[in-house]
Design a protein. Structure first.
Length: 404
């Protein structure tokens, strides 16, 4: 008898095979590997994140923009982020890349936020007073970097220095946001106006320093040492003005942290963008009151800080970078570390002392209040204002302050 069986009648075929073929023992399933049994596939970060947004009357419209901006980054749709802070925004700059479509905007008297997007990217601009922070998220790292550059390129407003002013940068390390730089315009007299504030020997040395050009730089360390109140910082302000055509002067507010934090040092001294259009411009980093760093026992007391300072001036760390380091200290020359003052390392090493009695009388126009040993610049300014400096017993200095 012939049985008519449709090809797709799998149940009939199974029955036929069962009746003619002896039963076989099925092969055992392969045992799962120890790695697959112990380590399940990881959950995507955006799925592992428990997102919860609660809004109440304490939230501002800018808070809502902040929350909306994080959405695409959180979900992994735009996993790359780049940020930049502009200390002083030029008037008329929106800080939005070309082609941005505004989604949300919030403004109040002194601040505001804008959320905008383009193809494959999102940008948030947070503004306050004259400053702003621009953050871009995008589908690729290259796109985020390109859109951020378009937004902030040329947006920094560096005011043109007046005759008695100069733009100076100030660096500090924020525990939450890392190295930060802000710029301010400070007053700085011309060298011709302030030259009389220094002894003849110091003035002669400063004459040469004020006229230095990049082609004449032979050492990377500038050292001003001497008692407090003698005008070391005032001289550096004037130097910043004299060198303003070819050198940007930045003051490091926390030098003790700078040389003990290699990341902070790399950000300030080395930088991260070799395409900077001002890469050929020199920079002078000012470190004030660095007694602990450069005195004779500094290597023991400050660990690797001194070594990094010296490496920045003429070691591998400073090679290829137009960076000078200016240091002020109240220490006597004899107490400074010999490695700091060795020949060839210093562009200038100037001891700034008190004016002699004759020089002090000439500066003040009278000998009233001036002792036989002369006076410091700070004491002369006090006398000029009609205030006689208060006398205190002489004592060993430990981290004395500095006349500004």
């Amino acid at each position: 008898m012939c049985t008519d069986r449709r090809p797709d009648d799998r149940s009939a075929a199974l029955a036929s095979e069962t009746s003619t073929t002896p039963p076989t023992t099925p092969a055992p399933s392969p045992a799962p590997s120890e790695a697959s049994a112990a380590s399940p596939a990881p959950t995507a970060p955006e799925q592992a994140l428990v997102s919860r947004l609660q809004i109440d009357d304490s939230d501002s419209t800018s808070d809502i923009i902040d929350a909306l901006f994080l959405g695409r980054f959180t979900l992994g749709e735009q996993p790359y982020s780049r940020s930049h802070t502009v200390d002083r925004v030029k008037k008329g700059r929106t800080l939005l890349p070309p082609g941005a479509q505004v989604l949300r905007e919030a403004k109040d008297d002194n601040s505001g936020s804008v959320l905008a997007e383009g193809e494959g990217w999102t940008v948030r601009v947070s503004r306050w007073n004259r400053g702003a922070e621009v953050t871009v998220t995008a589908v690729t790292d290259e796109l985020a970097e390109a859109r951020l550059k378009q937004a902030v390129d040329g947006a920094e407003d560096e005011p043109e220095p007046q005759d008695d002013q100069v733009s100076m940068g100030f660096w500090y390390h924020s525990p939450m946001r890392g190295p930060r730089r802000t710029s301010r315009t400070i007053s700085a007299g011309s060298w011709a106006d302030v030259r009389q504030n220094y002894t003849a020997r110091v003035a002669t040395a400063m004459d040469d320093l004020m006229k230095v050009t990049p082609d004449e730089i032979s050492g990377r360390l500038l050292l001003l040492h001497g008692p407090p109140g003698t005008g070391k910082t005032s001289a550096l302000r004037t130097l910043a003005r004299s060198w303003s055509d070819w050198c940007q002067v930045d003051c490091v507010l926390d030098p003790e942290h700078l040389f003990n934090n290699i990341g902070y040092l790399m950000d300030i001294a080395i930088g991260s963008d070799d395409s900077d259009p001002e890469a050929g411009r020199w920079r002078l980093l000012l470190l004030e009151d660095c007694d602990e760093l450069i005195r004779g026992e500094a290597k023991y007391a400050a660990g690797q800080a001194l070594s990094r300072l010296l490496n920045l001036t003429d070691g591998l760390l400073g090679q290829g970078r137009n960076v000078l380091v200016g240091v002020t200290t109240n220490e006597d020359l004899e107490r400074l570390h010999p490695a700091v003052v060795r020949p060839g390392r210093c562009l200038a090493r100037i001891e700034v002392g008190s004016l002699s009695r004759e020089e002090a009388v000439g500066w003040l126009g009278t000998d009233e209040g001036i002792g036989r040993d002369g006076a410091t610049l700070a004491e002369l300014y006090a006398l000029k204002k009609g205030k006689r400096p208060t006398g205190v017993p002489h004592q060993e200095r430990e981290g004395s302050g500095l006349y500004l």
